[in-house]
Design a protein around this ligand. Sequence first.
Ligand SMILES: Cc1cc2nc3c(=O)[nH]c(=O)nc-3n(C[C@H](O)[C@H](O)[C@H](O)COP(=O)(O)O)c2cc1C
Length: 199
Amino acid sequence: MNARMLNDRSSILSLLETRRSGKPRELVGPGPDPEEMQRILAIAARSPDHGKLFPWRFVTVGDDQRDTLAALFREALAEEDPEALPAKREKADEFAHYSGELVVLISAPVENHKIPMWEQQLSCGAAGMNLLFAAHALGFVAGWVTGWYAYSEHVRQAFCGPGERIAGFIFIGHPARELEERPRAPLATVSRPWVVPTS
Ligand SMILES: Cc1cc2nc3c(=O)[nH]c(=O)nc-3n(C[C@H](O)[C@H](O)[C@H](O)COP(=O)(O)O)c2cc1C
């Protein structure tokens, strides 16, 4: 292994060990340009996927489409939560206009397939994680959120086909302030050697 490969490896490890999400509402632009976005999505599409079904899709929402997204959220609220307080409507409007670029991650499983639905959904999660890593590797910060927007049938229909659902809204930009680390699971609580059950 040469010095460059060693250096590359240590940068990759450092990225894996230090990456953390940014809160989408706190991100500032600019997000990735079209070329960078293609690179991020190509990396996200290189995700483990039993059966090569590609059970996920990425929908990019352009800056010029944010007003339309906000209008969609307003319609969804009017239909599904007509009693919503004005604050909820305002928050939805802000959400639609968060800075940076927006990718809507869609879970697109193949139904009635021998590969279980659960595995296809796990693959979608892996694609989302890869997308985050790719964004961070290119010097951006990303944040994956769902909120009510991802569970609204009205919003779902605007992004998804039959059997598909929104896995999340991933905003990619730059942090307005230094990101603070958040608590991580102590390894001993989430990892242990297998204890063979005794009968
Ligand atoms: C599927 C999914 C949905 C999420 N939805 C939300 C959300 O709606 N609101 C929120 O504040 N955080 C949400 N999060 C958590 C944020 O992404 C959170 O900032 C992130 O997990 C921080 O961890 P990290 O620093 O290791 O990336 C979600 C995470 C995942 C994986």
